[in-house]
Design a protein around this ligand. Structure first.
Ligand code: EBR
Length: 385
């Protein structure tokens, strides 16, 4: 095919995709990447962090990004990688938990995990043959810490790790990690925090939470939080793929390393071998351009839109399952699957919850008030209100 024809064909396929700026993508945790990403992609297109000795510049950027995210999470000496996404990050953390348990002579690896955990943990469980105890949620839809404590008091020695969530996929709830940390310290248990979504939101809402009297701390300042998933390609505005896994310090590296012949380095710690550098470079560029102030502004805007949606819902007697903690709204609905399918036919793409009968809307930066107004009218029409 001639290049012109190839590009024409590609354009035709691409036209079938939805566009974030049209405001119809309401269920995604990704958004239109920051515009600088295009330039970065061109510059870093061929870089491969699977062999960092060939790309020491790009590797240097990755180290700086990990340091910058570490600072956001109150850790000056983190160790980690910018990888394919939250799934790989969570799997990577549990690889460490498993190896540590094996070194203690454990055959079965027991992990406590809230009902609200993302399905990536199910993949990790299958792959690594982990044993999970699902911890129920309390009335705020966060991990029931009393249940957790009772369980550990009963079976403390058997527990190898706890997974806690900072920004649940369905409702955007944040587990009571300060309390979980106390229990974990007492029994010397590893905590992995999944902040894939919340990691680029919660640090920029500190002021608001302080005023409202909440303690949503989830980071390395808490004892026994040894790893955190934080995805730049969600609220960090980075292009896909840019997930993040951070460990408390370099001492965790050895649990991940496998011997690697043929490379410029003698070992490899990431799950994926050949991996792109442009997501890393773009994350570096966006973090430098926006700075904490830039992110604070974006997050505030998303939260304002979240509250605006809840206000507009009330006008039509739609109810929010919880007072939103992050920029996610769950709209009570007696038949969410059916409603979401009807809405899809009307051109609105949102998802449903599993833990409660509700529709789920994520107020990502590409959503404006005009989009919200149009959506709420469509929802009202759909539900005949
Ligand atoms: C939602 C990802 C999503 C993105 C959904 C776009 C729909 C879209 N979540 O259109 C948590 C708390 C998550 C999560 C993904 C993952 C996995 C881990 N933890 O591998 O980057 O909400 O998809 O992240 P991933």
């Amino acid at each position: 095919m001639e290049e012109k024809k190839v590009l024409e064909e590609l354009r035709r396929y691409r036209e079938r995709d939805l566009k974030y700026e049209e405001g119809r993508i309401l269920g995604s945790m990704c958004t239109k990447p920051h515009p600088i990403s295009r330039k970065v992609l061109e510059m870093f297109l061929e870089t491969n962090l699977g062999d960092p000795g060939l790309f020491p510049g790009t590797k240097g950027l990755e180290e700086e990004v990990i340091k910058m995210i570490g600072e956001m999470l109150h850790n000056r000496n983190p160790f980690g990688y910018i990888i394919s996404g939250g799934t790989e990050a969570n799997i990577t953390a549990l690889r460490v938990v498993k190896k540590m348990a094996r070194e203690r002579g454990k055959r079965e690896v027991n992990i406590l995990i809230p009902e609200s955990a993302h399905f990536s943990f199910e993949k990790a469980r299958e792959m690594m043959d982990l044993k999970y105890e699902k911890i129920p949620l309390d009335k705020r839809y966060t991990m029931d810490v009393k249940y957790l404590r009772d369980y550990i008091e009963d079976k403390g020695k058997d527990v190898d790790g706890i997974v806690a969530i900072a920004g649940s996929t369905e409702l955007g709830t944040v587990d009571n990690i300060p309390e979980i940390s106390k229990v974990a310290r007492e029994y010397n248990i590893y905590i992995h925090v999944d902040g894939a979504f919340g990691g680029f939101v919660i640090p920029f809402l500190e002021e608001r939470y302080r005023l409202e009297g909440y303690n949503y701390n989830f980071d390395f300042s808490l004892d026994n939080v040894f790893s955190i998933t934080v995805d730049p390609h969600k609220m960090g505005l980075a292009p896909i793929p840019a997930g993040g896994i951070l460990f408390r310090d370099i001492s965790f590296k050895r649990y991940l390393e496998v011997e690697a012949p043929y490379l410029t380095e003698t070992s490899q710690a990431t799950l994926v071998g050949t991996r792109p550098g442009f997501g890393v470079a773009a994350t570096w560029a966006i973090m430098k351009l926006l700075g904490p102030e830039g992110y604070r502004e974006i997050v505030s805007q998303c939260m304002e839109n979240t509250y605006y949606l809840v206000r507009r819902m009330k006008e039509y007697s739609f109810e929010s399952v919880i007072d939103p903690v992050l920029n996610i709204v769950a709209i009570r609905d007696e038949n969410p699957l059916d409603t979401s399918l009807k809405l899809r036919k009307m051109g609105w793409y949102l998802s449903t919850c599993r833990c409660v009968e509700a529709l789920r809307v994520v107020m990502m930066p590409h959503i404006t008030r005009e989009h919200i107004d149009k959506f709420i009218e469509a929802l009202a029409r759909c539900k005949k209100r």
